[in-house]
Design a protein. Structure first.
Length: 477
């Protein structure tokens, strides 16, 4: 039995030895385990060193904070000492800006050392604050029911009365109409219309050397009327007016859009131009258009059309179309069309027609308000096809005359029918189609925008004018 036990023990030990030989742990593993142990120890040392540094930093921060607090404390003690030495009493007197009468029960407020101090004025309009520490920029806020509040520096408050403006009584008024020239073809200006901003402003003194500005806006109604209800102001009011942008209807000889800005390359005509309007600013040029009509000759052999103005500064003198009264209207009696162009524009002899031809001529009414029935006019070409100067049977002379038939009689309707004319000679019953006035008429009146309303109940009626405009989007001539 003993030998069997020995054998079994040997076999178990062999098996154990065999089992250990199958495990991976060897000498390299032992070395690696030692490295890991050293790394762990090193990391613990690093952590310990970091903790020591943080502790040193925290300690230094505590030292710095303590030092800073000590400095603050020293500075605070010094500041409090300075403040205590600088404190003083302040007296504020409040009066009405118009009457200069003392105002009782006015609220006066000021900030000192982070605290708000408030008090009311006595019957003499005076309030006193004791032992205040104020900066040079410190201000007193002064207010009273029914008055416009104001603020004033402590320096100014101590060197004069604080003035409050009573804004509760608005019995004063400025009213009127706004006129604008959006149509230069008539004789009266137009109303500016609704929703045009009108503002009155007043400068109100807070004492003898300082002031503030108050604005009172309103809008015009549909009829262009404005009305401002205002309190009495010591220095009056100044009115401001909104700029208006509108299309303006006017006659022009030409515009910057024309290739050549002169007759006959550009003809007098009615047009519309966007215009900018400002009250009392009349810088937009108003074209002088004296041509109420011009002559248009039928095309020549090359297809070109000759235009001749009834009146033009570029011609010697001006042509005349004389008319006489016919009932309530007028008719042509004779024409004097002996003028020619002297400014470099095409001359009559630059146009060639059929030899000895009678060439129809049209009188063009620029405004459409002069001619009711167009007259029948004619020009005569000579043997060379050029228009010739002739005398007419009716007593006129020049290049254009009333049209006659082969028998020398005026053709039916030759004299035309005209709606208006200007008196030329009352003894001979002659009138002319040459009017002295330009086709454009303007009412540009300058009106002061500064008005005194210093007494209770003052009222002003003032009309203002935008005139013909301040500028346009393009040039007109």
């Amino acid at each position: 039995m003993k030998s069997k036990f020995t054998i079994l023990t040997a076999m178990a030990f062999a098996i154990l030895i065999a089992g250990c030989s199958k495990d991976k742990f060897n000498e390299n593993d032992a070395i690696n385990a030692q490295k890991d142990l050293l790394n762990l120890k090193y990391q613990h040392e690093l952590d310990l060193e970091t903790l020591k540094q943080k502790g040193a930093t925290a300690m230094q921060q505590l030292i710095n904070t303590a030092a800073l607090e000590q400095l603050k404390l020293n500075d605070s003690l010094k500041t409090k000492s300075n403040i205590a030495a600088s404190k003083q009493d302040y007296t504020v007197k409040v009066v009405d800006v118009i009457s200069n009468a003392p105002l009782a029960d006015a609220d006066v407020t000021v900030s000192s050392e982070g605290k708000i101090f408030a008090a009311k004025t006595n019957a003499q309009g005076i309030v006193t604050f004791t032992a205040l520490y104020l900066f040079p920029t410190s201000t007193f806020l002064v207010s009273k029911t029914g008055y416009a509040a104001t603020q004033i520096s402590q320096y100014l408050a101590g060197n004069g009365s604080v003035k409050l403006w009573n804004t509760s009584d608005i019995s004063n008024e400025i009213t009127g109409s706004l006129y604008i020239e959006t149509d230069l073809t008539n004789n009266t200006p137009e109303k500016a219309g609704a929703k045009v901003l009108v503002t009155a402003f007043a400068n109100i003194p807070t004492n003898n050397s300082d002031s503030y500005t108050v604005y009172f806006p309103t809008y015009t109604d549909a009829a262009g009327v404005y009305s401002l209800k205002l309190p009495a102001a010591p220095s009056g009011y100044t009115l401001l007016f909104e700029q208006i942008t509108a299309d303006q209807k006017l006659y022009v000889n030409s515009t910057e859009d024309d290739a050549v800005a002169s007759f006959p390359n550009s003809l007098p005509r009615l047009t519309t131009v966007k215009t900018y309007f400002n009250v009392n600013n009349f810088n937009a040029q108003v074209p002088l258009v004296n041509n109420y009509y011009y002559f248009k000759v039928a095309p020549d052999k090359s297809g070109r059309t000759l235009y001749t103005p009834g009146y033009n500064n570029n011609y010697y003198g001006y042509n005349q179309v004389f008319v006489s009264v016919n009932g309530s209207k007028f008719q042509i009696e004779k024409l004097f069309t002996n003028n020619y162009n002297n400014s470099g524009n095409p001359e009559l002899n630059m146009y060639t027609y059929e030899p000895n031809a009678k060439v129809d001529v049209e009188l063009v009414d620029i405004t459409g308000t002069i001619v009711e029935t167009a007259p029948k006019l004619v020009a005569t070409a000579g043997p060379n096809g050029k228009l010739i100067y002739t005398a007419s049977d009716e007593g006129g002379n020049g290049y254009f005359h009333l049209k006659r038939d082969a028998a020398g009689m005026l053709v039916p309707g030759a004299k035309g029918v005209f709606l208006k004319a200007a008196l030329y000679d009352q003894y001979s019953n002659l009138y002319t189609l040459n009017f002295n006035n330009s086709l454009n008429t303007v009412s540009s009146r300058y009106v002061s925008s500064n008005y005194l309303l210093s007494n209770k109940g003052d009222k002003k009626v003032v009309n203002f004018y935008y005139g013909a405009g301040d500028s346009r989007v393009k040039q007109v001539y």
